[in-house]
Design a binder for this molecule. Structure first.
Ligand code: KG4
Ligand code: ZN
Length: 364
């Protein structure tokens, strides 16, 4: 049983092949970061067009990395037993390219087709750590990405309950927006972390920012939900005050008034606050669900070093799982791993003639 998986929900075109021992035979990720780094975010139409250009070469690349080629050098479809694809949630045009490709391939090569929820696949990125112990149930998963911030409780491979969600912005989106205010490139997460350590683009400065220079408020939400729009506004107002301009000053020009030291301090103080908020919610979730036996932290923001370190320091009572760094962002290996467990749980494949994409949907 070799699973071929496709992921194209946002700005990465990814194809992976997983074998029946859960070994990753290929993991191709074509990133569009270079296209979007100076725009401050993803432009959906451009992303869809880039997926269209990248998807077939990525597919060929995956077959060749897995050594799944016929004698005449064609992709050997006899080696593939199932096709999986992220069909929800994500950018409409981006999802369409991956899903229509998967549907077509499933029809042409007569393979079962498994539609996978993007957040579910992020959770399964921790199952890709094959040389380590795997998470056990019941577990609490914190999924933090550019589009989502959710706490999900799983009692088995097939049971998901959302126990906390953001009421407004996702935490990754907040990193991206603050980066834009500070004049840092997209994606904001890695750029903010680097700036907090004093590493700014085109600057020799390496004085780390002060994580407690600005004390931004935490949202006053008592249950497991999140809110990040207040933090974004608090950072914006503090920057405006610091550089001495009014509320009507264009936020895109604030960066020209900030010194490298100020950028480092803002990046560091914001990153610390965002991480503290996430860890506090996880601690609360553990109190509310005392039978929890492991915590999984996944999604693009789970690549954050400060978050990893802080979680390890503060959540000592329970096994903690992060994906390997190369699997924290979008990839298709995690989609294949989620499918491996769907097949094991006897979940039926979908009709390749009618599978739809859903730009928004809840994990279930
Ligand atoms: O999961 P992902 O790759 O794509 C979505 O499903 O959205 O997550 C992308 C998000 C972006 O907002 C990016 O800024 C953030 O993850 N991110 C990080 C880090 N690496 C990526 N945020 C904080 N620290 C990082 N090291
Ligand atoms: Zn993602």
């Amino acid at each position: 049983m070799n699973i071929l998986a496709i992921e194209s929900s946002c700005d990465e075109t990814a194809v992976a092949i997983l074998d029946n021992q859960k070994r990753i035979l290929s993991n191709v990720v074509v990133s569009q970061i270079d296209i979007f780094k100076n725009y401050g975010g993803v432009i959906p139409e451009v992303a869809a067009r880039s997926h269209l250009e990248a998807i077939l070469p990525a597919l060929d690349h995956a077959f060749s990395d897995a050594n799944f080629l016929t004698k005449s050098g064609q992709n050997d479809w006899d080696k593939i037993s199932a096709i999986a694809v992220t069909h929800t949630p994500g950018l409409l045009g981006s999802l369409l390219i991956g899903t229509l490709t998967a549907r077509t391939l499933a029809i042409l090569h007569q393979k079962p087709l498994y539609p996978i929820h993007h957040l579910k696949s992020h959770i399964y990125s921790s199952w890709l750590n094959v040389d380590k112990n795997l998470p056990t149930f019941p577990l609490i998963a914190l999924v933090i990405s550019g589009g989502h911030t959710q706490i999900i409780r799983m009692t088995s491979h097939t049971s998901f309950k959302i126990i906390g969600t953001t009421l407004d912005d996702a935490v990754g989106e907040c990193f991206d927006k603050i980066a834009k205010i500070l004049g840092l490139p997209y994606p904001g997460g890695p750029a903010i972390s680097a700036a907090a350590l004093g590493k700014l683009p085109d600057q020799a400065l390496s004085i780390p920012g002060n994580r407690y220079k600005y004390l931004f408020p935490h949202p006053k939400i008592t249950d497991l939900d999140f809110s990040f729009s207040g933090l974004k506004t608090a950072v914006l107002r503090t920057v405006q005050k610091e550089v001495g301009v009014g509320l009507d000053f264009p936020s895109k020009d604030l960066k020209t008034l900030l010194s490298p030291n100020q950028i480092a301090d803002f990046a560091a103080s914001f990153e610390q606050t965002a991480v503290d908020i996430l860890i506090e919610k996880l601690s609360l979730a553990l109190k509310k669900y005392p039978d929890t036996s492991s915590i999984v932290i996944a999604g693009g923001v789970s690549g954050n070093n400060l978050l990893r370190k802080t979680a390890q320091e503060r959540l000592t009572s329970i096994p903690l799982y992060f994906p390997a760094k190369k699997f924290s962002g979008d990839n298709a290996a995690m989609v294949a791993m989620a499918t491996f467990y769907e097949i094991k749980a006897d979940i039926k494949p979908s009709d390749p003639y009618s599978l739809n994409i859903l730009p928004r949907s809840l994990i279930s």
